[in-house]
Ligand binder design. Structure first.
Ligand SMILES: C[S@@+](CC[C@H](N)C(=O)[O-])C[C@H]1O[C@@H](n2cnc3c(N)ncnc32)[C@H](O)[C@@H]1O
Length: 213
């Protein structure tokens, strides 16, 4: 779709960790722990960013898990590489997009993403790739800020064109649940709509879906 290009910018990547400071220390921990709890086997994270999930993999993942990550933004990728080097998590990080994953069909037990649906050009192609690389019975875990209802939602609609320009194509008003519910291969298992942030980011979609058939 015209204008829905990925908005990589080194300044966004450079500011990402300082801007996220409060979120990471106060708001995100219980939700990131949810994403990482008990991960085992072959695990893929899409849109690793600067590597904010790494400390949670250290605590949540079973020993022997084989963990992979993709990140298309070169500056984010470099920051994640540095954090992986300082971490006990041996993540195999490659430069790739969620809509075109460089992995074989049925090759992962878990796929994880956090905060990526807001910035991909379109969510369905990424969901198709998630379904393709998950093995039968495999689990997809997600956490994303989404459009709120009512007045807040309308303010997010109005602000999104500007927000995308300064925030690496981040949309404030994405909807996730309807796309998961209409996926022909993923079945929504858990879904929660926690309020985590402050305006203009308020509601999140958090949950799991499994691959069937
Ligand atoms: C808001 S950041 C979240 C980063 C990280 N997942 C976290 O939890 O902190 C969004 C990330 O999605 C990445 N991204 C944007 N478009 C993508 C795509 N098409 N496929 C995969 N990742 C993408 C961005 O480069 C960025 O690292």
């Amino acid at each position: 779709m015209a204008g829905d290009e990925i908005g990589f910018h080194p300044v966004v990547a450079a500011l990402y960790d300082p801007v996220q400071w409060y979120f990471e220390r106060v708001q995100a921990p219980e939700h990131r722990a949810y994403l990482a709890a008990g991960l085992d086997g072959r695990v893929l994270e899409i849109g690793v960013g600067t590597g904010a999930m790494l400390p949670y993999y250290e605590g949540g993942i079973e020993s022997g898990a084989d963990i992979h990550g993709v990140e298309p933004d070169p500056t984010m990728w470099q920051r994640a590489r540095e954090k992986i080097a300082d971490s006990t998590v041996d993540m195999q990080l490659v430069s790739a997009r969620g809509e075109s994953l460089p992995y074989e069909d049925d090759s992962f037990d878990y796929v994880v993403e956090c905060g990526v649906f807001c910035s991909v050009p379109s969510i369905p192609p990424m969901l198709s790739e998630v379904a393709r690389v998950l093995r039968d019975g495999g689990e997809f875990r997600f956490l994303d800020h989404v459009r709120s209802d009512g007045l807040v939602g309308r303010s997010q609609d109005a602000l999104t064109p500007l927000w995308r320009r300064i925030g690496g194509n981040c949309h404030l008003n994405r909807r996730v649940r309807p796309l998961l519910e209409t996926s022909d291969r993923l079945t929504l298992e858990e879904f929660d709509r926690p309020t985590i942030g402050y305006w203009p980011i308020r509601k999140f979609a958090r949950g799991t879906a499994t691959l069937s058939g």
